[in-house]
Ligand binder design. Structure first.
Ligand SMILES: Cc1ncc(COP(=O)(O)O)c(C=O)c1O
Length: 431
């Protein structure tokens, strides 16, 4: 039996099934945008560990920074014996995050933890309990993360009760028939019928929904949301955990709209694979909590901080925002060509912002009926053919492309060739 298959059996016996798996490929080593399995098979990585290694696997600068930090110290706890790299990383994030007014930053470890803390500071600052989030939104697997998340299966089912005072409204998603105006009306109706706006601390939104299906929040909607928040003294929390760090062709997805947030959550691409997340917000908001109310034993690990400094240098020096736009163009062009192939008739939408690109798979374009089975078959066939891609979307029928931004054009094209071949094969298999 192949080593990965054997490991997969052992995994099934040793690890709970609730820990999902997108592939049965067991990684042995990885370099830039390629992964080699236990068997030595090469895969092109269009997943980047779910938008984490935007700077590629094993970038030499990150490896060197981490090695150097490991020789100095691995952990002392910032709240006990602080260190310079946490402070200087906070300074760097304060300077670049799309935040209104002077900013302050705190560091934690995971995306969900960043979301938790964003809600904590918003509540502490406003003295209000309510938080508004959106259908299709994903904000993590902690209790607050689940409550804010707008997708029941698999993220919420069986895990309640959830924290109170969380309100979910329809995301402006024209593909699924919801306009920006309708979404704004839904918030206004919420304020009228369910919760007075003076009880709402914050509205949280992803500039491009990640797990929800790579739906781009219309820029005019984000601007209208900012106005609505200002009218009612509500804070705008922007979840940049998947969109951040050059993925959308700008450092942060929100920058496309020109809007400033009160609080921004970041993780994933921040530290090139090391568990680090950040909450950067308006200094008054961030300072509202009592000393000791924020933090954590591992929060802002010095090893992860060293990696994050290297990541920020790489994004700037290797012009990864420009690379994201160039890579996105290759992917979208190719997807549009594939979409026009009449014998496939299964791609109903191609969309993207920078290198955050996706296709929507349907049973046939005329009906627009989601095709989760085709999607699952495609994932499997793509793996067989040496490509790792990820699904997403409320109906499990969206393929997302999250190639590391350090990948060469040739590698991206090679991956897209495999994608096209695999889609043809998958269509034949499910027919
Ligand atoms: C937008 C967004 N918020 C929050 C999270 C949760 O992050 P983590 O899995 O690191 O807790 C994710 C993870 O996919 C995400 O995409």
């Amino acid at each position: 039996m192949a080593l990965s298959a054997e490991l997969h059996e052992r995994r099934a016996a040793a690890v709970p099934r609730g820990v999902g798996h997108a592939t049965a490929i067991y990684a042995k080593r990885a370099k830039n945008a390629e992964i080699w399995s236990e068997e030595g098979k090469r895969y092109i990585d269009f997943g980047a560990g779910i938008a984490v290694v935007n700077t590629g696997h094993q970038h030499p600068r990150i490896v060197a920074a981490v090695e150097e930090q490991m020789r100095a110290f691995a952990h002392v706890c910032f709240q006990v014996t602080p260190y310079e790299t946490y402070v200087s990383l906070a300074e760097r994030l304060n300077a670049i995050a799309p935040v209104a007014g002077p900013a302050k930053t705190m560091l934690v470890s995971t995306g969900a933890e960043a979301v938790e803390n964003a809600v904590k500071v918003a509540r502490a600052h406003t003295g209000r309990p309510g938080i508004v989030s959106f259908s299709g939104g994903f904000h993590g697997r902690t209790h607050m993360g689940m409550a804010l998340t707008g997708k029941v299966v698999p993220y919420k089912k069986g895990f309640g009760p959830f924290p109170a005072d969380i309100y979910n409204v329809a995301f402006p998603n024209t593909y699924h028939g919801v306009t920006s105006e309708q979404s704004l009306e839904a918030i206004k109706a919420l304020f009228k019928y369910t919760a007075d706006p003076s009880s709402i601390a914050a509205i949280i939104i992803e500039p491009v929904q990640g797990e929800g299906g790579f739906y781009i929040a219309p820029f005019d909607f984000l601007r209208a949301l900012r106005t609505l928040c200002d009218e009612h003294g509500i804070l705008l929390i922007v979840d940049e955990i998947q969109t951040g760090f050059a993925r959308t062709g700008k450092m942060f997805g929100l920058e496309h709209s020109g809007v400033k947030a009160d609080v921004v959550t970041m993780a994933k691409g921040l530290a090139g694979g090391f568990p680090l997340s950040a909450i950067t917000g308006n200094a008054d908001v961030m300072d509202a909590s009592n000393p000791g109310g924020l933090g954590g034993t591992y929060a802002g690990s010095p090893v992860a901080c060293a990696a994050a400094h290297a990541v920020l240098d790489i994004i700037e020096e290797e012009r990864l925002c420009d690379r994201a736009n160039a890579i996105g163009e290759i992917i979208l062009d190719r997807c549009n060509q594939i979409r026009s192939r009449s014998n496939l008739n299964c791609i109903s939408d191609v969309r993207g912002l920078g290198a955050m690109c996706a296709v929507e798979l349907v049973k046939d374009v005329a009906s627009g009926e989601p095709a989760p089975q085709l999607t699952q078959t495609l994932l499997k066939v793509a793996n067989e053919n040496g490509l790792i891609i990820l699904p997403c979307g409320t109906y499990g029928n969206v393929i997302r492309f999250l190639v590391p931004l350090t990948a060469s054009d040739d590698l991206v094209r090679e991956g897209m060739d495999i994608f096209e071949t695999s889609l043809s094969e998958a269509v034949t298999r499910v027919a």
